[in-house]
Design a protein around this ligand. Sequence first.
Ligand SMILES: NC(=O)c1ccc[n+]([C@@H]2O[C@H](COP(=O)([O-])OP(=O)(O)OC[C@H]3O[C@@H](n4cnc5c(N)ncnc54)[C@H](OP(=O)(O)O)[C@@H]3O)[C@@H](O)[C@H]2O)c1
Length: 307
Amino acid sequence: MDKVRLDGELSLAPVTIGMMNLLEWGVDKKNLLSRLHEYLEMGLTSYDFADIYGGGQCEQFFGDMLRLEPSLRDKVEIITKGGIVYDRLRRPYFVSESYNLSKKHLVSACEASLKRLGVDYVDLYLIHRPCPLMDPCEVAEAMEKLQKEGKVRKFGLSNFLPEQTAALEAYTEIPFLTNQVQMSVKCMDFLADGTQEDALKRKMPLMAYSPVGGGALHRADLSRKDVETVGVLQEIQEEIGAQCIDEVMYAWLYRLPVTVIPVTGSGKKERILHAVNARQYKLTREQWYDILRVARPEHVSKKYHDI
Ligand SMILES: NC(=O)c1ccc[n+]([C@@H]2O[C@H](COP(=O)([O-])OP(=O)(O)OC[C@H]3O[C@@H](n4cnc5c(N)ncnc54)[C@H](OP(=O)(O)O)[C@@H]3O)[C@@H](O)[C@H]2O)c1
C-alpha cells in the first residue's frame, strides 16, 4: 500500500489505526502484538493516540507491548496528542474538559507520553484542540524544544479551524503537516467551515477521525434521518458492489479532492479492512451528492427544476 507523504521525511499509512478504544478491545499484549504484525504485513504502520486516551493507559498498554519486541518501534509511525486537561479540583463532583497549551504543559505532556509508550520519540505530535487562552509564542517554544531534543519528529494540529491554524503558524517556522478533524457521513462540518479548502491550499492531507461516525448508523434506535441515510448508503453499496455501508462511508471520504487518511476506531480487523477495501471504489459525483443530500440537506439548494 502506498504511503501518504506528509513531507520529505514523514509518510503515513493511508489508513491510521486509532487507539482511543484499545482498552475495550478485549486483547492482551500478546494478542495486540500479533495483530500489529498482521497490520504491518498489510502496510498499516500508523497508530494514533492521545495522552488522555484511557487516562494514559492506552499509551501504556501499547508501550508494554512494544517492550515485548522493541525492534518494532522503527517499523511503525506513532502519533500522539496533548493539550486537553481534565479539571476536577475546583468543583468536587464534576470533571470538566479544558485546554492547556502552555509551554510547560505541552512539554511535560509529551514527555509523559514518551515515557508511557517507552519510546525516545514520536513521529507526529498533534496539538489536540485550540485553546482561546493559548499564547502562540509558548506553543512555538514548546514545539521547538521538543523537536530540538529529538522527542518529536513532526507536528500537526487537531480540531483547528483555518484561522486558528494561521494564528499559530505566524509564530513558528515549524510546519504543521496535517489537521486531524471529525469527518464522516455523520459529521460534515468540515465542508462548511473552510477546513477542506485550507488543507487544499496547504496541499496537506486531513486525518479523518470517527470516519464511520463511531458506529452510530449501526445502532438499533436510529433517527428518521439516519434511517434515510442508511437507505441511501445501502443503495450505493449495491451499485458499487461494496461489502457494507461502512465501505460506502469510507468511499464518500476518499472521493473528496483533499487527501483523507481515515483514523479508524474499531478493534476488529475485518472492520479496519473496510477502510482499506474502500480505496478501490470511486463514487460518481451523483452518488456522492445523494449521500450529502440525505445526510446534510441544508448544504444544497432546495430548488427543484422541471426537466
Ligand atoms: N483528534 C480528536 O479529537 C479525536 C477524537 C476522537 C477520536 N479520535 C481518533 O479517531 C479514532 C477513531 O474514532 P472512533 O472510534 O470514533 O471511529 P470510528 O471508526 O468512526 O468508530 C469506531 C467505533 O464504531 C464501532 N463500529 C464500527 N463499525 C461498526 C459496525 N459495523 N457495527 C457496529 N459498530 C461498529 C466500533 O466498534 P468495534 O470496535 O466493535 O468494531 C467502534 O466502537 C480514535 O481511536 C482516535 O484515535 C481523535
